[in-house]
Write a protein that binds this ligand. Structure first.
Ligand code: GSH
Length: 174
């Protein structure tokens, strides 16, 4: 039975996860959840994703939420072509970057935060908020990626790995 990815085409977290699945090279099925139409709040989807976020990976009876845990799950289940370095130091550095991107940065700019600001404050406040936290977030990620420790030609390693590729979906906001 192929893996199923519940996701939305314009969601950056979903886009990241599609890249990771394709890097891994395992077959997977696309299950659309239209978060612009509010499908993430429906009862059926909340049974899979209690917090109403995409993406969610379903592998038989196993439900995996959070992009970082999906990355971890794919590496555990399919150890060929590791997405994250297998040595402790490299792994810690890459995981720090991914957690900062998908938690600290994404958490401040995700749709429900933007919707709240626009509804309870104003569109101008929203634009200011988004510009400020996008710039701040990208600066933090840049400092993590360029910090003094050697990481190869790319961050992290000599080939473009999951960090630069996971950043790609954020490039329209850069
Ligand atoms: N920490 C989560 C963040 C996921 C997330 O922010 N997903 C957004 C789309 S990019 C979402 O589902 N938004 C729907 C909403 O806010 O209601 C992860 O890394 O998977």
């Amino acid at each position: 039975m192929p893996l199923k990815l519940y996701n939305y085409w314009r969601s950056t977290s979903s886009y990241r996860t599609r890249i990771l699945l394709n890097l891994k090279g395992v077959p997977w099925e696309y299950v659309p959840v239209n978060i612009r139409e509010g499908e993430q709040h429906g009862e059926a989807y909340r049974a899979i994703s209690p917090n109403g976020f995409v993406p969610v990976l379903v592998d038989g009876d196993t439900i995996v939420r959070q992009t970082v845990l999906i990355t971890e799950y794919l590496d555990q289940k399919f150890p060929d072509k590791p997405l994250v370095p297998t040595n402790a130091a490299g792994r810690t550095r890459v995981m720090e970057f991914l957690l900062s991107l998908t938690g600290d940065v994404q958490g401040r700019t995700q749709k429900r935060v933007r919707d709240y600001i626009e509804e309870h404050l104003s569109r101008d406040d929203l634009l200011r908020w988004f510009d400020f936290w996008s710039a701040e977030g990208l600066a933090i990620l840049e400092s993590l990626a360029t910090e003094g420790r050697p990481a190869g030609r790319f961050f992290h390693g000599d080939k473009p790995g999951c960090c630069p590729l996971c950043l790609t979906p954020s490039s329209p906001t850069a």
